[in-house]
Design a protein around this ligand. Structure first.
Ligand SMILES: C[S@@+](CC[C@H](N)C(=O)[O-])C[C@H]1O[C@@H](n2cnc3c(N)ncnc32)[C@H](O)[C@@H]1O
Ligand SMILES: [Mg+2]
Length: 253
């Protein structure tokens, strides 16, 4: 510790953003410090595809299933979600307060031959600019922000009527402390020590309240659980550790 005062501004916790910037070169290394996100990707991408296609009446088999839909990937990091969305035809804004992350994401997007609107901005900046989206992806970010209600309100307000928001995070339970912090950081070393702090973890009710206040309605809740035999993650009913919430904004009357 440096003894320096803990700096926060709006939803930004400077220590958190600096931690991600320092690891940014590893975003696209499936065996590096972001290995858990690479491992999560199949289950979360399948879920997003299924739910977006259901909501917007798209054919999940179509290569351009998301054509004409505008997505926000908030806290996009290196773009592990932005790229597959763009590949399905979505118009994607990827935003992250870390300039370093945005540089890495932009380089990788060019190598992939995709077009994504990457911005080093916060949710509150985008909301203040009046941006709106059909789908907001809010994945593994809420446990790293300085002001959870402001973050959820800002992202929630940007969902268009008839639109969706996906939130994924880690619950604040003893089981999550044992598995997602002690297990994943200290025993298995899947993540660098200090990646998650127990007191910053967020309970589902602490997400649902602010989302309801922003006019969203929760339509699905699921756990995401690890199977050590297959070394894969799958959706489950156990929300005690990793979980996802899907919410929708009702159509304008
Ligand atoms: C665990 S990563 C998740 C990356 C990406 N969403 C994914 O799931 O692949 C968390 C990201 O949140 C970003 N972040 C931290 N504070 C933020 C804030 N206040 N607003 C938006 N993003 C933030 C970090 O820079 C980092 O890229
Ligand atoms: Mg996390």
């Amino acid at each position: 510790m440096t003894g320096k005062a803990h700096q926060t501004a709006g939803t930004i916790d400077e220590d958190e953003v600096a931690r991600f910037s320092a690891m940014a070169s590893e975003w696209w290394d499936p065996t590096g410090k972001f290995k858990p996100l690479h491992k999560f990707n199949p289950v979360r991408l399948a879920y997003i595809k299924q739910e977006v296609c259901k909501k917007f009446g798209r054919d999940p088999k179509a290569s351009d299933a998301f054509k004409g839909l505008r997505f926000l990937d908030i806290g996009c990091g290196g773009g592990l979600l932005s790229e597959p969305m763009a590949r399905l035809g979505a118009e994607v804004v990827g935003a992250d307060p870390s300039e370093t992350n945005i540089k890495i994401a932009t380089l990788h997007m060019r190598e992939s031959g995709l077009k994504i609107d990457y911005r080093a901005e916060t949710a509150e900046d985008l909301a203040a600019a009046g941006e709106t989206f059909d789908v907001v992806l809010n994945m593994e970010v809420v446990e790293h922000v300085a002001d959870v209600p402001l973050f959820l309100e800002s992202t929630g307000n940007m969902v268009r009527p008839g639109g969706l928001m996906f939130v994924a995070t880690i619950n604040r339970t003893l089981k999550a402390y044992a598995l997602a912090i002690v297990g994943a950081e200290y025993v298995l070393r899947w993540l660098p020590k200090g990646t998650h702090s127990y007191e910053k973890l967020v309970k589902p009710s602490e997400i649902e309240g602010p989302l309801n206040a922003a006019g969203l309605r929760i339509i699905d809740r699921s756990g995401v659980s690890y199977n050590p035999v297959t070394d894969t993650w799958a959706r489950s009913r156990d929300m005690d550790v990793n979980y996802m919430l899907l919410s929708e904004k009702p159509d304008a009357a």
